[in-house]
Design a protein around this ligand. Structure first.
Ligand SMILES: C[S@@+](CC[C@H](N)C(=O)[O-])C[C@H]1O[C@@H](n2cnc3c(N)ncnc32)[C@H](O)[C@@H]1O
Length: 233
């Protein structure tokens, strides 16, 4: 019963309420609703559980791309991490992240910029982190090339992302909703093949896992997580 109530409410919001509000006023939706919806969905229990699986492995000088509201901050191990540079183009999410960062003892700096054009030196980063960001970044290929450029030779790329499902019925929903879903979800494409994107852009996996997030609609919840390293520069 609980499952059906969740499905009814989430479908009502995703397919009717949010599109209508955005249609009436795009700027109102993007300033006053979207940042809070993203903050809420990014902090759901299953998503937080995924964060815990990857973030504690970050070491040294860390670059987190698309840091958003800073939901990973609580999971960094400050005895292993020397500094964090969090980048994101959203000023509204940056405000939430800055407030959140005050609670943790981390050496952290924020930059408002795009991950596809980073103002970070070549081969200067030990760990790049990306969680639920490659779905929303307009140029994921360029971003992965940037990640490759800034990582040290022995650096690691840590990720937890959602994307294209291998199941035909789910990928059908992902592909058909892609004409409007990104408009109400901050540019989030649920149908990106994260595994292929990472490999095609010069990385090899140290570890790759997949799961449907529990308690999450399947078209939103096909999760890829793990670690990768650069094949060659
Ligand atoms: C679904 S949110 C995820 C936020 C955060 N990574 C997390 O795990 O909660 C997607 C994020 O990607 C960011 N984003 C969109 N375009 C971007 C770009 N070009 N470069 C970096 N981040 C971008 C958005 O502002 C947003 O913060």
């Amino acid at each position: 019963m609980k499952k059906y109530i969740y499905l009814f409410i989430s479908n009502l919001l995703l397919f009717i309420v949010f599109p209508v509000i955005r249609l009436v006023s795009k700027s109102f939706y993007e300033k006053n609703i979207l940042p809070y919806v993203l903050n809420l969905s990014c902090n759901s229990k299953p998503v937080d559980y995924q964060r815990k699986k990857v973030i504690p492995d970050a070491i040294g000088k860390v670059l987190e791309i698309g840091i958003g509201p800073g939901s990973n901050l609580k999971h960094y191990n400050n005895t292993k991490v020397t500094s964090i540079l969090g980048i994101d183009p959203s000023k509204e999410l940056n405000q939430i992240a800055k407030k959140r960062a005050e609670k943790y003892n981390l050496n952290i700096e924020f930059l408002i910029e795009s991950a596809s054009n980073l103002s970070v030196d070549n081969s200067s980063i030990d760990t790049v982190v990306s969680t639920y960001a490659l779905c929303s970044i307009p140029e994921p290929e360029k971003t992965l090339q940037e990640i490759k450029r800034v990582l040290k030779n022995d650096g690691i790329f840590i990720f937890s992302e959602h994307g294209l499902s291998p199941d035909k019925s789910v990928s059908f929903v992902q592909n058909t909703t892609d004409s409007f879903y990104p408009k109400i979800a901050g540019g989030c494409h649920t149908n990106r093949n994260i595994e292929k994107l990472i490999i095609d852009n010069g990385f090899e996996f140290i570890e790759l896992n997949n799961i449907y997030l529990p308690g999450t609609q399947k078209f939103l919840g096909y999760n890829y997580w793990g670690k990768a390293k650069v094949v060659s520069k």
